[in-house]
Design a protein around this ligand. Structure first.
Ligand SMILES: [Cu+2]
Length: 183
């Protein structure tokens, strides 16, 4: 028995990809943000979609892999909990370099939304859409059986922005572990 676990390696690689993707997403939402001044009218119920966090998936030929929010992290073909009428940003990252494209469809197979396609490993594809009450499933155009998951309409994921200001990287502690200093 070996304790070599290939899924763990994949997960570690995905974490690097996640950081890249959320950086992208933050840049994108920061722009929309400016137009969103609230003038004291706090009981509107809608609004504020602009600074919500994106849903993040990784795309590989075997399955979609959940990265964010936490509810789907690490899940294969996770169910996407959406609230009808709410606008979502979904980012997916191509992790295996095969061609993928994310499509959301109704129960009857009618296409509601589609992302761009990507066949480049490491590429992040972002799509923005308003969740339709008819949304039922999502799948990959090129791997429609393996890469397929459900859309569930209800309250939707909690995608409110994280409240943390200033994230400093701990650069103290130089990580030059010299494992093999041969001279
Ligand atoms: Cu695919």
């Amino acid at each position: 028995m070996s304790d070599y676990d290939p899924t763990r390696r994949t997960a570690l690689r995905l974490i690097g990809a996640t950081a890249a993707a959320s950086g992208l997403a933050t840049a994108a939402t920061a722009q929309e943000n400016e137009s969103n001044e609230s003038d004291g009218d706090a009981h509107e119920g809608t609004g504020d979609d602009a600074d919500r966090r994106p849903i993040i998936l990784a795309g590989r030929s075997e399955y979609w892999y959940g990265i964010a929010p936490e509810e789907i992290e690490g899940e294969e073909n996770p169910t996407l909990d959406l609230a009808a009428g709410t606008e979502y940003e979904l980012v997916w990252i191509n992790v295996d370099g095969a061609e993928h494209e994310l499509i959301i469809e109704t129960e009857d197979g009618e296409e509601l939304e589609e992302s761009d396609s990507s066949e480049e490993a490491g590429e992040a594809v972002s799509m923005t859409f308003e969740a339709s009450e008819d949304a039922a499933e999502y799948y990959c155009e090129y791997h429609p059986e393996a890469m397929r998951g459900d859309v569930e309409l209800g309250q939707g994921f909690d995608l409110a922005p994280h409240e943390h200001e200033g994230h400093e990287h701990g650069t103290e502690g130089n990580e030059s572990a010299d494992e093999n200093s041969s001279e």
